[in-house]
Structures are given as structure tokens and as C-alpha cells.
Design a protein around this ligand. Structure first.
Ligand SMILES: [Fe+2]
Length: 589
């Protein structure tokens, strides 16, 4: 059975599973070079079919991951094309008249400067108006059938939140243990929070579905209020929140605390809110920026921990899986992991909408099976495209004269890093899936030296000054650096942890500068042997079993996808050394 999973909405992506085995999964932004790509993931599908040597005739099913997308968002490619000013305009010129003044503005008139009819590849005859989600679904199916030359009967839809939850469940690889699966996001197919229960031998059963879990919505509007991009820069508020405290942030916190409440496994409002942007904008006027960040983050942590504790108490199940965009809140995940009765916490790589294509494909695969048979379907985060030595050789044939090419020797790279150099790494093995760089598309530096953060910012990243970097720690050294009494697996940089005294000495550049927490990637040899071996070389030289790791991209661009992107980004940056598969490329000037 060959199933192509497709998310053709926000953060679009594709994947292919053959008889249950995930062969490849790619977020379209890595190949299109358009951050948070919105729309049909053509480049990912083309790559995956070619890489897996599959013709479109071989595909049994195309599993799509959301039904309810309105045409207006496809015309403007919302989330990938809107600037911060556009998001603000959307609020003042579209949502305010609509929700507060009961008028009927037209989205495509308000955002007419972004409408790109030439790049709208869907059959307009099928679409009645800008909010006709049903017509848009027909147009999406028709489009994918034309692209792949398949029959509409082969295209199936799976609910957005079921896709989030099922991806979390399958990637946990524990089919013999009960689990509670939570999903939480901005919105998808009419919901923004669900809870499902898994008991071995049974299928997943959804026990709660809510359209009132508005944490994602509140968070995205707080992000916009602070002048940052919604649905992208929420993590910057999370990083900022740690610098404030209840003493100075309590008034902003109170604004959030008197609205949304947990109600068992659902949610309710103490105060009715007509609109989540203007209500909080008015109430928070005059509050300091970091107090607002503190307020929304603190409330987010409280709501999530209470919601999850209610599930544990109600069902007695102590193993929690979380998926959906809000599950990327590593500070909340830290507190959730510390719930006394919780025994295990799994957050998959890339829990946002980039992974719903994988959830859709697996829902389709298991649809007619009596029960779920455990097969280690998703082993780790390295789900993307690999490049052979031949591919890489082709990409380095015409390098500029000022570059020196050498065979990669890990000990030499360890020396470079230990002497203060910054090294970009493009691992030839499968690219990591999700927003976190996990060694194969990473920029690496010495974690002992906090000054290296400013150095990296100068060379390539220009990150916000308050944002922490993160460490990659070899699994053998986890206990030396990370306080993790429950032994929760942290392979994907998804959970925050307290750090040890030794960590403050060995990996200070990879800790939050203020609260000294870490969001580590624990590197197991079996997950990524070549990256593990490089860190080991650094340990042999310095005694430090970790590297500082940040994503390989220039500020605002997607993480590099291909060897050509890696070389291009390297040349445009101030970084002096690039590992490209089995080669080390260095600038000589
Ligand atoms: Fe979602």
C-alpha cells in the first residue's frame, strides 16, 4: 500500500509511506525557500516520488490533512506572505469591522495588494466566493488529481486534529502502553484542542474536542501586539517571558487570567470576548513589552498543566503525548513534564502543521486495520531527503576560487570549534524534520563560551539579543548537564529542563542566559552516528560532551534544504567553514 500524505495549507508538506514505513517527509519551505510555505507542496512531492522511485501510477491513496481552508487564504498565501503590517491591517480593516461593527468587509478587497491571481493554480469555476471552503476543497482535489494524474476517488481527507494526534501517537512508538494524546493549535477543521485516549489493543478514542482552546489564538495576537510575526515568532515571547517576574508582570497576567479557563477536559470563559485581538490590545495598553510576554506565557503554562492534570486524574493514564503548534512551547512543556503524577511526555519532531501530512498518511494506513501493530514506524526526526556523495560532489564542482576543499576529519573540526571558529554542518544523511536543526542542517560552536553567541549573530543569524541558543548533548553525558529525574527522552529540542552546575561551566552558551534552563537535543548514536561522532571528537579534545547548535539559515530564511542552498548560504554568511557530507570547505580570505 503506497500512500502520499499531503498538507497543502499552512506550512505545507508531503510524505510517502510504503506498507506502513515512512520513506521520506519534507516541509515545502525547505525546497521552495518560502518560509511557512502556503499551498500545494509541489517540490516536496516531486522530490519524494523521484527519491523513492515511485511513479504517480503506483500511488494507492493521497491522504489530505485538512478540509476547511478558505479560498481567500490561498489567493494571498497567508502565513507565508503577510508582513507584520499586513497582519495589523488584517485586524483593523477586516476583523474589526466584521466582529465589532457587524459589517461585511471583503478579505480580498482589504488585502488586495497581496492577491496573486497568476499564482492561484486552482479552478475558480469550482469556487463560489472568497470564504467557500467546500468549493476550495473541490478545487484542491481537482488540482492534485491533475498534478498527479490520479482519480478523485483516490483522494481522501483526514481531520486536522486527528492528523496532529495520530502523528504524535505513531512517532511515540509505544503501542503496548496506554497514552493520553493532546492536540492544541491555532485552529484546524473547526477545533483547536482535543484529547484522545489510547489503550493497547484498541484504536485511539477522542474523549474531548473543543473550539474554545484559544491559547494559540491569544498567543499569536500577543505576538502581533509586540510587533512580531504571528504564527512564527511566538517563541520569541516565550524566550522574553523568562526575564520578567510576577512582581512586575502580574497586571498583564491578570488580564489573561480573567478570561479563558480550563473546564475539565474542555474550556470556558469567565468573561465573554468578542474579539481576541482588540480585547487584549485595549486591556494591555501601557503594559511593558516583557510584562505582556510574561503574562501570556504564565497563563499558557497554567492552562496547559491544569488541562493535562485533569486528563491524568480522569483516566489514570500517566503517559502524555502532545502535538499541534502550541506543543512547541518548551517552557510550558518543562512544567508539564514536572507534573508529579506524569510519568512520560512525548512531543514529536515538528509538531506544528508541517507534520499533519504524516498524520493523514498513517490515519489512512491504519484505517481498516483491526488494531495498531507496533513496528517502529517513525524511528527519529531524520525523515527528510538524503543526498548521496555523488549529489554532493556535483554541487561542489564549480566552487569559487577562494574556497579550500578538504576531506572531513572530525578531530580537525573539533579543533576549529574549540579555538572559537563557527562551523556550518550539512549532513548528507536524511534531513531532520521540523523547525529545530538537529545536526544535519546546523551551525555549531563551542558551548563553553557565551561570547560565541554574539559572534554567530554577527556572522549569520542576527537573532534577537534575548533569545537563547541550544545544546546538542551526546546521550552518554546527558546526566552530567541536564536535570531529568523521570528520564524523559529529549531528542528533538522540544522540552525545557533545569541544568546542572557542570552545565553552567561546560555549556553556558547553550543555556537560557537568565534562568539557565536548556532545551537540549540529546544525540543518540543510533539516531545520527556521524553527528554523534563529531561531538565525541569535541569531547575527546575538551572534555565537553556537547556542542552549541543553531539552525543553518540566514535570519528570516528557511533552514537550508539542498547542498546548493548550503553553499549559497555559506557564501552569503560570515562563517568560515562548512561541512558538506564528507567534505570540509573553508574560506581562504
Ligand atoms: Fe494545526
Amino acid at each position: 500500500m503506497i500512500i502520499l500524505g499531503v498538507n497543502d495549507g499552512h506550512n505545507s508538506s508531503a510524505c510517502l509511506i510504503i506498507n506502513g514505513k515512512l520513506k521520506c517527509a519534507i516541509a515545502e519551505e525547505r525546497l521552495s525557500r518560502e518560509k511557512n510555505h502556503f499551498g500545494y507542496p509541489k517540490k516536496s512531492i516531486d522530490f519524494i516520488l523521484k527519491y523513492c522511485n515511485i511513479s504517480t501510477k503506483d500511488i494507492d491513496r493521497v491522504a489530505m490533512s485538512s478540509k476547511h481552508f478558505i479560498p481567500a487564504y490561498y489567493y494571498v498565501k497567508r502565513n507565508s506572505k503577510l508582513s507584520i503590517q499586513d497582519y495589523w491591517k488584517e485586524q483593523t480593516d477586516y476583523w474589526y469591522p466584521k466582529l465589532i461593527e457587524n459589517k461585511n468587509p471583503k478579505y480580498l478587497e482589504v488585502m488586495s495588494h497581496l492577491v496573486d491571481k497568476d499564482n492561484f493554480h486552482y479552478d475558480e469555476k469550482l469556487i463560489k466566493n472568497e470564504s467557500d471552503a467546500s468549493g476550495m476543497w473541490d478545487a484542491r482535489v481537482s488540482h492534485i488529481c491533475n498534478e498527479l494524474n490520479i482519480d478523485p476517488s483516490q483522494v481522501v481527507h483526514h481531520d486536522h486534529h486527528k492528523c496532529h494526534g495520530f502523528y504524535g501517537f505513531v512517532s511515540n512508538n509505544k503501542f503496548d502502553e496506554p497514552a493520553l494524546i493532546y492536540t492544541m493549535d491555532g485552529f484546524g477543521d473547526g477545533a483547536n484542542g482535543t484529547v484522545s485516549i489510547y489503550e493497547p489493543g484498541n484504536k485511539l478514542i477522542e474523549i474531548s474536542r473543543s473550539s474554545n482552546c484559544n491559547l494559540g489564538r491569544m498567543y499569536r495576537y500577543a505576538t502581533l501586539l509586540l510587533g512580531m510575526r504571528p504564527a512564527e515568532h511566538e517563541y520569541k515571547l516565550m524566550g522574553l517571558a523568562a526575564y520578567n517576574s510576577h512582581k512586575y508582570g502580574k497586571n498583564a497576567y491578570k488580564v489573561y487570567a480573567e478570561t479563558l479557563q480550563v473546564d475539565g477536559l474542555k474550556f470556558k470563559y469567565d468573561k465573554k470576548i468578542k474579539d481576541h485581538f482588540f480585547y487584549f490590545k485595549e486591556k494591555l495598553e501601557g503594559q511593558r513589552f516583557d510584562a505582556i510576554a510574561y503574562g501570556i506565557q504564565k497563563r499558557c503554562e497554567e492552562i496547559l498543566t491544569e488541562w493535562i492534570l485533569n486528563g491524568i486524574n480522569k483516566t489514570g493514564i500517566k503517559s502524555i503525548i502532545m502535538s499541534g503548534g502550541v506543543a512547541q512551547n518548551i517552557k510550558a512543556n518543562k512544567l508539564i513534564s514536572e507534573i508529579e503524577s506524569l510519568e512520560n511526555l512525548h512531543i514529536p519532531p515538528g509538531p506544528g502543521d508541517e507534520s499533519i501530512s504524516i498524520g493523514a498518511a498513517y490515519l489512512e494506513y491504519f484505517k481498516n486495520k483491526e488494531k495498531y501493530e507496533s513496528k517502529n514506524y517513525i524511528k527519529n526526526a531524520y525523515l527528510g531527503q538524503p543526498y548521496s556523495n555523488l549529489d554532493i560532489k556535483k554541487s561542489i564542482q564549480n566552487l569559487p576560487k577562494n574556497l579550500k576543499l578538504q576531506k572531513l576529519v572530525n578531530d580537525r573540526v573539533a579543533e576549529l570549534i574549540a579555538s572559537g571558529d563557527v562551523v556550518a554542518r550539512f549532513g548528507a544523511d536524511n534531513m531532520e524534520f521540523g523547525a529545530r536543526a538537529l545536526g544535519n542542517r546546523s551551525i555549531l560552536a563551542d558551548p563553553r563560551n557565551s561570547d560565541v553567541i554574539h559572534h554567530i549573530n554577527k556572522l549569520v543569524k542576527m537573532r534577537d539579543f534575548w533569545m537563547p541558543f541550544a545544546p546538542s548533548i551526546i546521550s552518554e553525558r546527558e546526566k552530567d548537564y541536564i536535570v531529568n529525574p523521570k528520564k524523559i527522552k529529549s531528542r528533538y529540542m522540544a522540552i525545557g529542563f533545569d541544568s546542572t552546575d557542570l552545565a553552567k561551566e561546560h555549556i553556558s552558551a547553550g543555556l537560557h542566559p537568565f534562568d539557565k534552563t536548556a532545551r537540549p537535543q540529546i544525540v543518540y548514536k543510533q539516531d545520527n552516528p556521524s553527528y554523534h561522532s563529531l561531538i565525541k571528537s569535541f569531547e575527546n579534545l575538551t572534555g565537553v560532551g556537547a556542542l552549541m547548535n543553531t539552525s543553518f539559515n540566514i535570519h528570516g530564511e528557511p533552514i537550508v534544504g539542498t547542498p546548493e542552498d548550503a553553499i549559497d548560504t555559506f557564501l552569503r554568511s560570515g562563517i568560515h567553514h562548512l561541512i558538506l557530507g564528507e567534505w570540509l570547505i573553508s574560506k581562504t580570505d
